[in-house]
Ligand binder design. Structure first.
Ligand code: UD2
Ligand code: MN
Length: 409
């Protein structure tokens, strides 16, 4: 008869053997599976969801670093490397995206040993068919950038691309200007390499399926078609925000992006309109593939809603040739080739130019009178978005399907 005591002994022996097997698997490069397995023991709520498959795939996607472990520097660039196949064998489909606390850039670096200075990569075992630059407009979003790099590097490696990541950092505290930073990114990236495709990429959007290939189409491509924040649907037909892809030719044909949208909103629609004004159309991946998760955030300080956006949008037809890549003025403050990306810090100035004159000092009496007048007018102060954009007369020239600017942040 088996006593209760010996039952426990068997149970411990069984667990011991399991641990040894897991340790062996871990040595074979299955750390992810093992740590996931360990998590199951730690968090009973997760264990409840588990089925036969104990990888993160049970949550609707696989680990973005799977499929990459066999690549090594040893292959390095010989002369007789064959071209990479049309469809990468490393592509795995849906990716599990989560935002673990405690992730560091050092960890991202450790997980991407083949990425070289400036955030560049070439497949070690074949000649890439495509050269893609990623342009990320940025200020004060280091936390988001870290997650984007964590997911984007392996995502692009699985697609066997020759790629580089550029972060275009707006210097100073003046109102943010996403589209102008893209113009800077285009020029600075093209100075360095003959990229055949540029991906203009919000810092907070994480792709959830690596069949969403970061290569260009024959027309400008809108890649972020299905985002969690819009219920994984396209919010409206002309939407072009988030992540888009253009060849240098597309970009120049539409005179790049506008430089004069300061603050949140409108610039993405202006860019969408430029595409059609330049005689092109928007292509998109399928809803199944063009999926993104947006890291939740509030409207940034220094990126208030742009109250002029409706008026400006109504005029794109007459302004697109006069304002864009041909008038993008800026000063490069620094260029750093960091391990995971190239950081370019720029002064893009203000509406008043690159070196706006400092505000003229007012005589104390005049300043006091002005402050008193302001205080008296206080109850009449409007919300920054009131007035202009809610007025139908101001909207009449904006195509009806282009109502992004009405959407809430
Ligand atoms: C939407 C669009 C975005 C853009 C914006 C309006 C989505 C997913 N994206 O984004 O493409 O059209 O509306 O301008 O719908 N940023 C900084 N620091 C700042 C402010 C902005 O780095 O202080 C960058 C960053 O890359 C960010 C992007 O600009 O992802 C867009 O700004 P947002 O994320 O605040 O705007 P959001 O999510 O409404
Ligand atoms: Mn965002």
């Amino acid at each position: 008869m088996v006593s209760i005591h010996s039952k426990w002994r068997y149970l411990f022996m069984f667990l011991g053997i399991q641990l040894v097997v897991m340790a062996l698997l871990s040595r074979e490069g299955y750390q992810k599976r093992v740590s996931y397995f360990i998590r199951i023991f730690r968090k009973p709520d997760i264990a409840g969801v588990s089925g036969r498959n104990h990888t993160p795939a049970s949550f609707g996607g696989s680990d973005v670093y799977a499929n990459l472990s066999h690549l090594s520097k040893a292959h390095s660039h010989g002369n007789e490397m064959p071209y990479c196949p049309k469809t990468s064998p490393l592509i795995g489909g849906p990716i599990h995206v989560s935002f673990p606390s405690g992730l560091t850039l050092a960890e991202v670096q450790r997980k991407n040993p083949l990425v070289v200075r400036g955030g560049r990569y070439r497949p070690p075992d074949c000649e890439a068919k495509h050269r893609t630059a990623i342009i990320i407009p940025h200020r004060h979003r280091e936390h988001h950038l870290k997650f984007l790099l964590y997911y984007l590097h392996p995502f692009l490696q699985r697609q066997q691309l020759h790629y580089g990541i550029y972060v275009i950092h707006q210097a100073g505290n003046y109102t943010f200007n996403r589209a102008k930073l893209m113009n800077v990114g285009f020029r600075e990236a093209m100075k360095e390499e003959d990229w055949d495709c540029l991906f203009f990429h919000d810092v907070d959007l994480i792709p959830e399926d690596d069949r969403n290939t970061y290569v260009c189409d024959s027309n400008p491509k809108h890649a972020a078609i299905a985002m969690d924040k819009f219920g994984y649907k396209l919010p409206y037909k002309m939407y072009f925000g988030g992540v888009s892809a253009l060849t240098p030719l597309h970009y120049l044909k539409m005179n790049g992006f506008p430089n004069n949208y300061w603050g949140w909103g409108g610039e993405d629609d202006d860019i969408g309109v430029r595409v059609s004004l330049a005689g092109m159309f928007i292509t998109r991946p399928t809803l199944k593939v063009g999926r993104y998760k947006m890291i939740k955030h509030k409207l940034d300080k220094g990126n208030g809603v742009n109250p002029k956006r409706f008026n400006m949008l109504a005029k794109t037809r007459s302004t697109w040739k006069l304002d864009g890549m041909n008038t993008a003025d800026y000063e490069t403050i620094s260029r750093q080739y960091l391990p995971l990306y190239t950081n370019i810090t720029v002064n893009i100035g203000t509406e008043a130019g690159l070196h706006p004159p400092p505000p003229t000092p007012q005589p104390p009496a005049k300043a006091a009178a002005k402050a008193a007048a302001k205080a008296a007018a206080k109850p009449a102060v409007k919300a920054p978005t009131e007035g202009l954009e809610k007025s139908p007369s101001k909207l009449k020239e904006v195509p009806s399907e282009k109502l992004s600017t009405l959407r809430d942040h």
